[in-house]
Design a protein around this ligand. Structure first.
Ligand code: GRF
Length: 198
């Protein structure tokens, strides 16, 4: 299975997928890494792992249709089966959603539908969760549609919030769990436990 990963920043989730493929926990390979951010550490991780990487953004492609065409061209040229958004902060356009219907997934560091959508990324997610006095947070993997964090949920796991947790401490606990959870869920997708493709 050819997996393309979109990532805007650090790419530790990307690394978890790369490692899962390398040691056989995932039956597939990361064939392309795409970022909108020239400085994303995710691109360096891709280079280290000798994976083709691409920076595609509106500075390089000011015309939105051209940008979409370029993204599609990359995905098609790598014969991509599955797309994972792992900390990618841009929306996916309709032509790509249509071409890869039911094949694009996103990971979010909270229990959607709460704490998702506009403004809910990075540490702000965990700030909101703690400010609301939640005792449990978690991770959601969902299908991607036109709106942020609102596609069908395919998997969730809970992560405890401990008394005295700061948003940073909670973020680190959740991120660590994300790395294993991603591998588990990609397996579930591949094994047909989660509907995939047509
Ligand atoms: C993760 O918390 C993920 O849930 C969210 O973005 C973060 C990406 O972290 N969508 P990293 O860049 O992979 O370390």
């Amino acid at each position: 299975m050819n997996i393309a990963v979109f990532a805007s920043h650090t790419g530790s989730d990307l690394q978890a997928i790369i490692d899962g493929c390398a040691d056989g926990r995932i039956n597939g390979r990361v064939c392309a890494v795409i970022s909108n951010n020239t400085d994303a550490y995710a691109l360096e991780r891709a280079n280290t792992a000798k994976i083709d990487s691409y920076c595609v953004n509106s500075s390089i492609y000011p015309n939105a249709a051209e940008l979409d065409r370029r993204l599609l061209e990359i995905l098609v040229s790598h014969d991509v089966d599955m797309v994972f958004l792992a900390g990618y902060l841009k929306k996916i356009s309709i032509p790509i959603l249509q071409k890869y219907d039911n094949r694009i997934f996103n990971i979010h560091p909270a229990l959607l539908p709460k704490y998702g959508g506009r403004g809910m990324f990075g540490i702000d997610v965990h700030r909101a969760v703690i400010a609301a006095g939640e005792k449990i947070s978690g991770i959601t993997i969902h299908r991607v549609n036109e709106e942020s964090d609102s596609g069908d949920i395919v998997a969730q796991t809970k992560v405890e919030i401990h008394p005295g947790d700061t948003p940073e401490i909670l973020a680190a606990r959740i991120l660590e769990r994300e790395h294993a959870f991603l591998v588990e869920v990609i397996n579930d997708i591949q094994n047909g436990r989660i509907k995939f493709g047509k």
